[in-house]
Design a protein around this ligand. Structure first.
Ligand code: GLN
Length: 416
């Protein structure tokens, strides 16, 4: 069998091929020369498979899509408290290049607008880092995420720097409020290089999949950022990634995303996949027209809306049986809060008439941290009630099952 996933992606592209709406960004002279008809999409699963179609090997400058990744790097380098003291996480509801800061603190409202992104770039590495060190950090970090060596497009960088008056104005304002310690032109220079790193949609998909996979690279298996950093970054993307269209985006599409003026878009669906699209013509918000359309189609046709609820917990308790002196509860799947709650509710409402209670974990894939703690607490309480408690755990999905008092439940093989 040939998997139909590439055919789905082909269909998405075919439907949009004729759409010529929007205009290529021209405030950066070099971008005005981009081939406007480029169209590509890529998807990477959190277990590392990439599907792509269309112009999937065309390179374009990452532009504002660099912002969430630079934010993740700064969070990793400096810690959440230092970063939060400098940049907020509130959607600004304003265009990406708005000169806006929070009233009292003068913090940029979020890392996705240019004011925030300049401040984030300045935070990279350490409080005493040089401009070269900050640039090297982002290029290396983006390369690690992409799984290949990425480079700065020098012509895009130079072209943007020649017309960077607005970003210089923002940086001077940040200097005025002591948000930046380094000279304004130095920070704008480094940030402009960060924006000029070339990527393909395949790079974006795998980079996004790392965020979707709680910070673990889906191909190399390496932890690139702490889980908390990935969670924070995705949260900010969900709230602020699409600038002044962010609220509408969350309702209509529901995929944490980030767009860039060269026409790229990044998406990351927690626990599932990363997405990359490219199509250079932009709408009035500065988002790719066909990129937005591709995301809308993927969300609608492939059920990728973040708020699309699945009853995750209801399937965790597969059933129960009574044999001799033992009542066995058979669990399955991924045990998070709602699944553990389901099991604990049954354990507390059933009248268990056997002296032994066994949890059969043979079909459980994984416990979340809270799922594990809840199930162990349930076993502890059953034990206090006088039951002889045990687990069947052939794959050790519940290692070191300490009941909080130094004792373990009995371990059974399932054959006894
Ligand atoms: N380098 C661009 C700028 O700062 C990025 C903007 C964008 O992609 N929205 O203006």
């Amino acid at each position: 069998m040939r998997t139909p996933v590439p055919d789905y992606l082909d269909e998405v592209l075919a439907e949009l091929a004729a759409d010529r709406a929007g205009a290529v960004a021209d405030y950066i002279p070099q971008l005005a020369d981009a081939a406007p008809d480029v169209l590509g999409v890529a998807l990477t699963t959190v277990d590392g498979r990439t599907y792509s179609t269309g112009d999937d090997d065309v390179e374009f400058s990452i532009q504002s899509i660099s912002k969430p990744f630079a934010y993740a790097a700064a969070l990793t380098d400096r810690g959440p408290a230092t970063v939060a003291a400098t940049v907020g996480v509130e959607p600004s509801g304003e265009a990406f290049d708005e000169l806006s800061l929070e009233g009292e603190t003068h913090r940029p409202k979020n890392p996705m607008i240019n004011a925030g992104a300049l401040a984030v770039h300045h935070l990279l590495v350490s409080g005493t880092a040089t401009s070269e060190e900050r640039v090297a950090r982002v290029v290396e970090f983006f390369s690690e995420l992409a799984g290949r060596r990425l480079t700065v497009d020098e012509s895009v960088y130079r072209s943007e720097l020649q017309t960077a008056e607005r970003n210089l104005a923002i940086a001077h304002m940040l200097r005025n409020y002591r948000v930046l310690a380094a000279p304004a032109h130095e920070v704008v220079d480094g940030y402009t290089r960060q924006c000029a790193v070339n990527v393909t949609v395949r790079d974006l998909a795998v980079m996004g999949a790392t965020l979707a996979n709680a910070g673990v690279h889906p191909v190399s298996g390496r932890r690139v950022v702490p889980a908390e950093v990935a969670r924070r970054t995705l949260s900010v993307m969900a709230g602020c990634g699409m600038y002044d269209a962010a609220g509408d985006w969350l309702v209509r599409v529901g995929i944490p995303a980030k767009s860039g003026v060269s026409g790229g878009m990044l998406g990351a669906l927690p626990g599932q996949l990363g997405l990359g699209t490219v199509s250079p013509r932009l709408d009035a918000h500065g988002n790719s027209v066909r990129g937005v359309a591709m995301f809308e189609r993927l969300s609608r046709d492939m059920g990728m809306h973040l708020m699309e609820a699945e009853p995750y917990g209801s399937t965790v308790l597969r059933g129960s049986r009574r044999e001799g002196d033992t009542t066995t509860y058979v669990m399955q799947g991924v045990v998070q809060f709602s699944g553990a709650e389901r099991v604990l509710d049954r354990l507390s409402s059933d009248t268990i008439e056997t002296p032994a209670v066994v949890l059969d974990l043979g079909r459980v894939d994984r416990f979340s941290d809270v799922g594990r703690r809840m199930i162990l607490e349930g076993l502890r309480r059953l034990k206090l009630d006088g039951y002889d408690v045990a687990v069947i755990d052939p794959d050790t999905v519940l290692p070191d099952p300490d009941l909080g008092d130094g004792t373990w439940p009995g371990i059974r093989t399932g054959q006894d």
